[in-house]
Design a protein around this ligand. Structure first.
Ligand SMILES: [Zn+2]
Length: 203
């Protein structure tokens, strides 16, 4: 027991060390960008920006990259035998496009039909936020949420719809304010049999 506890402690230390190396690398890179832009980093307001950005990248907006959510996704036996649709809709989410590192701001609807296992409702949101907190492409995010849900619940009957604004479309390039991108993955019975019913529930 002592041995394994000590080994675990070592692993924890390593990951803290790895984290601080990452922090330092990001901090240096941000400093380099600001310097290349000709900004004065000795300025009171900018001095802490590299470290603030590093902290934000690692702990918040890209925190999903270093997070293991399998332990929080504990499913339960479907003891009440509910076999209808479970829909969680209007879930706000934020991510960042991996092409420009600008925000993606949207809403999601996530649904499944239980077989033997069910999940706590907030876990659907957790899956979404886990994959959203990393540089993303909306299409891939939609599929990753569907895959993880399907794998956790051992069912093909899953649906994920994302509607989002991409600030890289609004602030640069075509600069179309308010344009929204929709992506959806409909699998199993959501693909045909329950499609209409599902869309009726969403509206
Ligand atoms: Zn982009």
């Amino acid at each position: 027991m002592m041995h394994s506890a000590a080994a675990n402690e070592k692993i924890k230390d390593l990951s803290t060390a790895a984290k601080s190396i990452k922090h330092k690398r990001i901090e240096n890179a941000v400093e380099e960008i600001l310097d290349a832009l000709g900004l004065d980093l000795s300025n009171d307001s900018l001095r802490e920006t590299p470290t603030r950005v590093a902290k934000m990248y690692l702990n918040e907006i890209f925190g999903g990259l270093n997070e293991d959510i399998s332990s929080v996704l504990k499913s339960f036996e479907n003891s009440y035998g509910y076999k209808g649709m479970v829909i969680e809709k209007d879930i706000p989410f934020q991510s960042h496009c991996e092409h420009h590192l600008l925000p993606i701001l949207g809403r999601a609807a996530i649904a499944y039909i239980p077989e033997d296992r069910v999940l706590g409702l907030s876990k659907l949101n957790r899956i979404l936020h886990h994959f959203a907190r990393r540089p993303q492409v909306q299409e891939r995010l939609t599929m990753q949420v569907a895959d993880m849900l399907s794998e956790t619940l051992q069912t093909d009957d899953v649906a994920v719809i994302l509607e989002a604004r991409h600030l890289c479309v609004e602030m640069r390039g075509v600069r179309d304010r308010g344009a929204e991108t929709s992506t959806m993955v409909l699998r199993g019975r959501f693909e045909k049999e329950l499609k209409e019913d599902f869309f009726r529930q969403l509206n």
